[in-house]
Design a protein around this ligand. Structure first.
Ligand SMILES: C[S@@+](CC[C@H](N)C(=O)[O-])C[C@H]1O[C@@H](n2cnc3c(N)ncnc32)[C@H](O)[C@@H]1O
Length: 221
């Protein structure tokens, strides 16, 4: 091939690949972009979670065996649950997060962790667990009522749903500097939870000054 033709051929390929990469990036799942930068979220506090489990075992279900982490990301929580002896299913829709987490699972000795790629806005799978847990993810779900109803229909009478989320309050004016990024409004959240589930307990509530609160709801079918 003469040199100028070869050059324009290569240039054509270069631009085609560049445009494909740009299109892929633009349409990439927002969370895939976030997980490309390898954030390391911390797991739940062990003592906090153990206390919660003790309460659930004593009051609701003494035989907790499996747990589903809804919106697991690359979180260390799945290992925390596996270490406690649970059969764990992590659900997320970020392929980047799931593949990073799967690599960590493959490198570990755990054989009780399974990952599922599923959009929580449209859960089509039949999920079954003693504990459904959703940590710092609820705010990203568009149709919350549909999501909650799906969780409810997946729960057994002695299953629990643990929802951990930052919350704001409608009558509080948050300063720009304190503006919570991923919180949901508290009273409307409680109202919605109560309209779907029979028991909704505000199990733990951290008030931290002018910023959002961190709430753990313990919910029964
Ligand atoms: C702030 S991260 C929290 C991750 C993890 N729960 C933790 O505490 O480390 C939010 C997670 O929700 C996931 N997520 C957001 N919207 C989702 C959806 N519609 N379906 C499935 N996962 C979703 C994201 O991919 C991300 O992993």
């Amino acid at each position: 091939m003469p040199d100028p033709i070869k050059k324009s051929f290569l240039l054509g390929w270069f631009f085609a690949i560049l445009i494909a990469a740009i299109i892929k990036y633009v349409y990439m799942n927002k969370w895939d972009k976030i997980f490309e930068s390898k954030p390391k979220y911390k797991p739940l506090n062990d003592i906090f979670f153990q206390k919660l489990l003790e309460k659930v075992k004593k009051e609701i279900n003494p035989n907790l065996k499996n747990i589903i982490d809804l919106g697991c990301g690359t979180s260390r929580s799945v290992f925390q649950f596996a270490r406690m002896g649970f059969d764990v299913v992590g659900v997320d829709f970020s392929e980047v997060a799931l593949s990073a987490l799967q690599n960590d699972i493959d490198d570990s000795d755990f054989n009780n962790i399974k990952l599922i790629n599923q959009d929580l806005n449209d859960i089509t799978l039949d999920l079954e667990a003693d504990i459904f847990i959703c940590v710092f993810t609820y705010t990203f779900i568009n149709d919350k009522e549909k999501f909650l109803k799906k969780i409810k229909s997946s729960m057994k009478e002695d299953s629990v749903f643990v929802l951990i989320t930052p919350v704001t309050h409608e009558n509080v004016k948050y300063l720009e500097i304190d503006k919570p990024q991923i919180a949901v409004e508290y009273s409307s959240t409680v109202k919605l939870l109560k309209s779907v589930f029979s028991v909704v307990e505000d199990y733990h509530h951290d008030y931290i000054g002018a910023r959002e609160d961190y709430v753990t709801f313990l919910v029964k079918k």
